[in-house]
Write a protein that binds this ligand. Structure first.
Ligand SMILES: [Ca+2]
Ligand SMILES: [Ca+2]
Length: 267
């Protein structure tokens, strides 16, 4: 009987070690080991700090399509808001994969996130952003942004030229990678542990040593110091307060892939 117990224990340990350092998701066992990646719902992983989902109409508060508040589904009520009517993005006019997205005009549209999130850049975190850019020309555009001080962006993902190439950037040039701009929706992701890794539709990241600092602001679609207004749409934004495992990254990305018809190359 004892032998049988140890055999079971060994099997359980073997299964959990192949699934990575974090608790495996239930759905991961449905493939029977190595196989297709199962989607992971964002809120099934502890440490979810922000979850904005444009396809969930109950979370988008608007008047005539003008969005004053985009409610956080993480359970933390970290809702994005915009008090000035001319600066509000638009809902119910555009879609990705037949699902509603929020349209930012590239001129003055942006949303503000609450101070409860300001500590997130001061440690480990993971960000996913499903978006579509209307512009392929040069010009820096902000997705999710935070500043530790004015004119010093330390968190989030920029899209634009740092000098001449198009790039995805994290921080003030802390990560800059050349990407080919196109007319497809994409998944931008950042995983910040001991190193900060920037992903463009998954695959091989661009990495730098992480630095930490508390933010004085956090915004969606623009930088309070620089402007850099996003011209295009946001579909979904997910932020965790720790660095996800590879398996967790791939699982959350699979959820986004299935939903929005975007592509994620497994990491
Ligand atoms: Ca506007
Ligand atoms: Ca536009």
């Amino acid at each position: 009987m004892k032998k049988f117990f140890y055999a079971l224990l060994f099997m359980a340990l073997a299964v959990s070690s192949t699934a990575g350092a974090f608790a495996p998701q239930k759905a991961m066992f449905t493939s029977g080991g190595v196989g297709p990646i199962a989607p992971i719902s964002p809120d099934s992983i502890a440490g979810l700090s922000l979850w904005l989902d444009a396809s969930d109409s109950g979370t988008v508060i608007h008047s005539g399509g003008s969005v004053s508040q985009w409610n956080d589904k993480s359970g933390n009520a970290n809702n994005a808001t915009q008090g000035t009517s001319g600066n509000r993005p638009t809902t119910n006019t555009r879609t990705i994969n037949s699902l509603n997205v929020i349209d930012f005009d590239g001129t003055n549209d942006g949303m503000v996130l609450p101070s409860a999130l300001y500590s997130i850049p001061n440690g480990q975190n993971t960000i996913f952003i499903v978006n579509f850019s209307d512009v392929t020309a040069a010009g820096s555009r902000q997705t999710l942004t935070a500043e530790p001080s004015a004119f010093n962006i330390n968190f989030g993902i920029q899209y634009g030229p740092i000098s001449s190439p198009n790039y995805l950037g994290f921080g003030n040039g802390q990560i800059a990678r050349t990407v080919t701009r196109d007319t497809n929706p994409h998944i931008f992701a950042l995983r910040k542990g001991a190193t900060a890794q920037l992903y463009y539709d998954g695959g091989t990241p661009t990495s730098v040593t992480s630095t930490n600092s508390t933010a004085i602001n956090m915004t969606l679609g623009y930088s309070p110091s620089y402007g850099d207004y996003w011209n295009g749409v946001f579909a979904e934004i997910i932020v965790y307060n720790f660095a996800l495992s590879d398996a967790q990254m791939n699982g959350v990305a699979k959820y986004l892939e299935n939903k929005w018809g975007v592509v994620w190359n497994s990491i």
